[in-house]
Design a protein around this ligand. Structure first.
Ligand SMILES: *Cc1c(COP(=O)(O)O)cnc(C)c1O
Length: 302
């Protein structure tokens, strides 16, 4: 089956052996976190639907994944953003460029002279005029995301059974927390560990409650050294990215994975003398977004 069943590899990180679920390799184009969360839209039939509508940042991984989804389904994509920075417009790169190539319509709120946010505009103005469109909230933060994440959970259960792994901790960094939450809900036998890459721990916990009021089913949030702001540059993030590349020969993303591995490192140090669990880290893709991040890091730290 295409788009599911990613492989698991053994890697070594700081002399610690762990397992890596390669969701970044699900498919050449439709891969990573958003492929799992959008799988519902890919796998099901949507009679009469001709368009998918989304919103977010013009550099978002979701923009690119939407554009691939639309292409596969033969749909149009209207993606609303608040603003497109002029440097991206004049020199398209990464997710933005690739989604334009796929035919995405990227609509900037400040260019249509509208002073409300893209999300509100879609709800209040656009949807009533688009009866043949499906709307997906920012970052795929919706109950439909559980469909694909449940399949990911089933793949993990199957892997653990095959390899006779009992004490498995699943590790993945969070944005909205949708993936970690649905993963924990569908993996009651294992603990899901995550960290807050957007908005801090309290924001993340609030997101969990909005999707599931039963706190017992929430993932564990690993503490971070300090509060990090999404998309900002941190020397320790770039060092971690390069360190991972050197140690594993695998490229990780620069927005989520550095904090994922920093929190994992801290966690492993804290449980050092206890019974070590098997760690399964989920590589959630996002590498197209690295192009601009690497440029920014090189400018700042070289
Ligand atoms: C979107 C994304 C995430 C965050 O997923 P959530 O379900 O919002 O927590 C993490 N990593 C990558 C690479 C992503 O694209």
């Amino acid at each position: 089956m295409k788009y599911i069943n990613s492989k698991v590899e053994k890697i070594k990180f700081n002399n610690f052996e762990l397992f890596l679920k390669r969701d970044d390799l699900l498919d050449e184009d439709f891969s990573g976190n958003k492929a799992r969360k959008f799988y519902y839209y890919l796998a099901n039939d949507f009679k009469g639907i001709t368009k998918v509508i989304g919103h977010g940042s013009p550099q978002a991984n979701s923009l690119y994944s939407f554009s691939v989804l639309a292409k596969i389904k033969g749909w149009e994509l209207d993606f609303y953003v608040d603003h497109i920075p002029s440097f991206i417009k004049s020199n398209p790169v990464g997710n933005y460029k690739a989604s334009l190539v796929n035919g995405a319509n990227i609509i900037a709120m400040d260019e249509i002279d509208c002073n409300i946010s893209a999300g509100d505009y879609i709800q209040e103005v656009v949807l009533a005029k688009e009866p043949t469109a499906v709307f997906v909230p920012e970052g795929g933060r919706c109950t439909q995301a559980e469909f694909g994440v449940k399949i990911l959970a089933e793949e993990i259960i199957y892997w653990a059974k095959q390899k006779n792994k009992e004490n498995v901790k699943i590790v993945l960094p969070s944005g909205t927390g949708t993936t970690a939450l649905f993963l924990q809900k569908n993996l009651p036998e294992f603990e899901v560990l995550t960290c807050a890459c957007v908005g801090g721990d309290e924001y993340l916990k609030k997101q969990f409650f909005e999707l599931n009021s039963n706190e017992k089913e929430h993932p564990t949030v690993l503490k971070t050294q300090k509060k990090y702001h999404f998309g900002k540059l941190y020397k320790e993030f770039y060092d971690m990215y390069n360190n991972l590349l050197k140690q594993t020969d695998i490229e990780f993303d620069l927005l989520y994975d550095p904090l994922g591995f920093l929190s994992l490192k801290k966690y492993l140090n804290e449980i050092k003398n206890k019974n070590l669990p098997t760690i399964l880290y989920i590589h959630q893709g996002g590498l197209l977004g690295n192009i601009t991040m690497i440029e920014r890091y090189e400018r700042k730290y070289k």
